[in-house]
Design a protein around this ligand. Structure first.
Ligand code: UD1
Ligand code: CA
Length: 450
């Protein structure tokens, strides 16, 4: 039987934030979401989150997760005190308890699986993850005997100068035999620099205590301040980009681009500099993105070209060309082969195959049939000040430059709209619609003299 407990009650004083530390984000997911995700594949029977500082906020941010139990730590008197809160909920539990610090978000699932496996094979009372860090300052140091078994963990601030030279660092990730831990938890004392109950002190009370050194020290980075948050973001972004490069995506300037965990790419995608992919976004094979794009919660099919544009909550079918300088907003759906050019905004609109809106337009709440040509400066006036209305334009229609389609309005198929028209009434298929003052010419006219 396996139970997992994540420590997430601390305030995160060093962040200088109104938000609890575990709710800070990395690549679009909170630290605590990442930690919980890193152990999900172990299929634990119980998952417990220890909350305290702004407990309600942390709890509600995770309310969507099924099977997560919450234990309240009030006040927050250290990591040992946090785990003491499990004595009730885990009473009678038999098996291992995997304890994870809520601020160690870069752990690989395979690393936790290896820790659990080693723990089970060794029959230890506790097994913990360690790494040798180039700069271990701030972390607890792990001291071992000549057989390599762990004797004690001493926090940085409680270490002597001599002890600080030890670079074997505590990751804050432990696998305990729960019964053995439950026996020693009540014996913790506050005899340390912070006057708190330290979970790390249980290690000296348990035997055998073993450690598993991780190969990639970056995995155990803990986040206490904004600098460490930024460093972890860089490390995570590098990991995500490397993964997609291995899957056949080209980045011209990788370090200038950011991805979310939920970004997916097909093969032979070319990502030019300064592109950012957020939320759940998928980019089909052969797409060419950038430079300078932000694409969020959007689906692009194959061979789409996007240049200097912002796309959010949209779907774009194969072969479309978007930009430069276009904005596709929530609910824009482009069928294949559409072209959206500079300074065109599309929102909550469906464009059938082959539509073109190449310059200076707003298409909001509109349905365009196949092959509609939207003239430069065409605007759908979709808002009457109270409600939004739809504009329907039939297949093959053409709107002249600077035309305003005042919704609700329906233009049939094959309609031509004269330039500069403001249309307020429906137009039947095949008609020419003009809604502008006729041009007036006065010959031989000279301006009045003053
Ligand atoms: C802790 C370890 C240290 C290790 C480091 C790894 C202890 C005493 N020290 O130090 O050996 O090298 O992590 O990153 O455990 N928390 C609570 N309740 C509390 C206090 C903290 O739930 O009362 C939670 C925090 O929200 C956080 C985690 O425990 O997620 C770690 O707390 P933090 O104060 O950051 O510990 P460190 O000083 O980093
Ligand atoms: Ca920490």
């Amino acid at each position: 039987m396996l139970a997992v407990a994540v420590l997430a009650a601390g305030k995160g004083t060093r962040m200088k934030s109104d938000r609890p530390k575990v709710l800070q984000s990395l690549a679009g997911a909170t630290l605590v979401e990442r930690v919980l995700a890193s152990c999900r594949h172990l299929d634990p029977q119980r998952q417990l989150l220890i909350v305290g500082h702004q407990a309600e906020r942390v709890r509600s941010s995770l309310a969507y997760l099924e099977g997560l139990e919450f234990a309240l730590q009030q006040p927050q008197n250290g990591t040992g005190h946090a785990v003491q809160q499990l004595l009730g909920p885990l009473e009678g539990f038999e098996g291992e308890l995997l304890v994870l610090n809520g601020d160690v978000p870069l752990l690989r699932p395979a690393t936790l699986a290896a820790l659990l496996e080693r723990h089970r094979a060794s029959g230890a009372a506790v097994s913990l993850l360690t790494a040798r860090l180039a700069d271990p300052s701030g972390y607890g140091r792990v001291f071992t005997d000549e057989l390599g078994q762990v004797e004690a963990i001493v926090e940085h601030r409680d270490c002597s100068e001599e002890q600080r030279r030890n670079d074997l660092t505590n990751a804050g990730i432990y696998c305990f035999n729960w019964r053995a831990l439950a026996e020693v938890l009540p014996q913790l004392s506050t005899d340390n620099d912070q006057g708190e109950l330290y979970l790390t002190d249980t290690v000296a009370m348990l035997s055998p205590a073993v450690h598993v050194e991780v190969a990639d020290a970056a995995e155990i980075a803990g986040i206490n301040d904004r600098m460490q948050l930024a460093q972890c973001e860089i490390a995570l972004q590098e990991r995500l980009r490397s993964h997609w490069m291995a899957e056949g995506v080209s980045f011209v300037d990788p370090a200038s681009c950011t991805l979310s965990e939920g970004t997916r790419f097909g093969r032979d995608v070319l990502v030019e500099p300064q592109c950012h992919f957020r939320g759940r976004t998928s980019i089909g094979s052969g797409c060419r993105i950038g430079p300078g794009c932000l694409i969020e919660d959007s689906q692009l099919e194959d061979d789409v070209d996007v240049l200097y544009s912002v796309l959010r909550e949209v779907s774009v079918a194969g072969g479309c060309v978007v930009g430069p300088f276009a904005q596709l907003r929530a609910g824009a759906r482009l069928e294949s082969g559409c072209r959206i050019g500079n300074f065109v905004e599309v929102k909550n609109s469906h464009l059938a195959a082959g539509c073109k809106a190449n310059h200076l337009s707003y298409l909001g709440d509109a349905d365009l049939g196949a092959g509609v040509n939207v003239g430069a400066g065409t605007i759908t006036a979709n808002y009457d000040g109270v409600r939004k209305h739809r504009t329907v334009v039939g297949a093959g229609s053409k709107t002249g430059a600077n035309s305003v389609l005042v919704a609700p309005i329906v233009l049939g198929a094959g309609v031509t709209v004269g330039a500069g028209s403001t249309l307020t009434r429906d137009v039947p298929a095949g008609a020419l619609a003009l809604g502008r003052a006729p041009q007036l010419i006065k010959t031989d006219w000279s301006p009045p003299r003053g």
